[in-house]
Design a binder for this molecule. Structure first.
Ligand code: SAH
Length: 277
């Protein structure tokens, strides 16, 4: 498994967060955990599922095509075994349009409709590896309870469900929320709940979360995400960095004494928007 550098090697950099971004510990108490309840699949989801029959005869159903993708990621230095195993299991071609299915195992981002994109596998793998390297994940040997912001087509949610005890994934665009429901119809791994809503507010009913991951980046980190992150937990999200003039990947670890951030390299995620549509 990959190990990111120990936190002490990184500047705290808390001064770079927007004013008031970090609450003091104890502020804004989150609700106690409730067990995740299974969702009843929508009738439309079942009907939509009929439209997602993958193209036949392209060899995409074979585990070998994913094994080759995993092999390439390993060769590039990705070493988090649980994440690589999850990537080997989830059939990415089932989450994209039929016309794009042949590109599903290339290391490329792909459009998923409504102006949104699914990140390339190496970026997804990197973010999941960062989560898997948190203090909490090392304690649990898994991701525990996860909040994902930006369900999109549901691909990363499927991966998370293999790595976590429970996943809540929020999408603001109803058509994509429904598309993800269809893609994940019948998906039986883990406890996965899809929510149509504004992910900037997090999802308080199941907080706190051991891990939070966002697939869309805003100008500031929403306060709710910091509040809803468990002590010992880790958040990974793209955020605009005024110093660099673009997005960077932000890693925030919460300890009993507060929040500590690391800013990693430049990234390009779709914008985090407000409200739902
Ligand atoms: N993880 C996804 C990637 C989706 S792209 C996948 O595997 O397909 C990012 C998604 O974030 C888009 O679908 C976009 O609509 C969504 N998004 C942007 N702002 C949001 C917000 N405030 N709340 C929830 N989702 C949001």
């Amino acid at each position: 498994m990959s190990r990111s550098p120990r936190p002490t090697r990184f500047p705290l950099g808390l001064d770079r967060l927007p004013a008031g971004a970090l609450p003091t510990p104890g502020q804004a108490p989150v609700q106690p955990r409730e067990p995740l309840r299974p969702q009843r699949p929508l009738a439309e989801a079942a009907r939509d599922a009929l439209h997602r029959a993958p193209p036949a005869g392209l060899g995409l159903d074979s585990a070998a095509v994913r094994a080759r993708m995993v092999q390439r990621l390993r060769a590039e230095g990705l070493a988090c075994e649980p994440v690589l195993q999850a990537l080997a299991r989830v059939e990415r071609h089932r989450f994209v349009d039929t016309a794009l299915a042949t590109q599903a195992y290339e290391d490329t981002s792909l459009p998923i409709g409504h102006g949104q994109t699914i990140s390339k596998p190496s970026v997804v793998a990197h973010m999941l590896s960062l989560l898997h390297d948190s203090e909490r994940a090392r304690e649990l040997g898994a991701l525990g309870r996860v909040l994902e912001i930006g369900t999109g087509c549901g691909y990363q949610a499927a991966l998370l469900s293999l790595l976590a005890r429970g996943v809540v994934s929020i999408e603001r665009l109803r058509p994509l929320h429904e598309k993800a429901r269809a893609h994940l119809h019948g998906w039986r791994a883990g406890d996965l709940r899809l929510v149509h809503g504004d992910g900037r507010l997090g999802h308080a009913p199941w907080a706190p979360y051991d891990h939070i991951v966002a697939a869309a980046g805003g100008d500031v980190l929403p306060q709710a995400w910091l509040d809803q992150l468990a002590v010992g937990g880790r958040l990974v999200a793209p955020v605009h960095d005024a110093y660099r003039g673009g997005q960077v990947l932000l890693v925030v670890d919460r300890s009993a004494s507060g929040w500590r951030e690391q800013r990693l390299g430049a990234v390009h995620f779709v914008p985090l928007k407000s409200g739902r549509a």
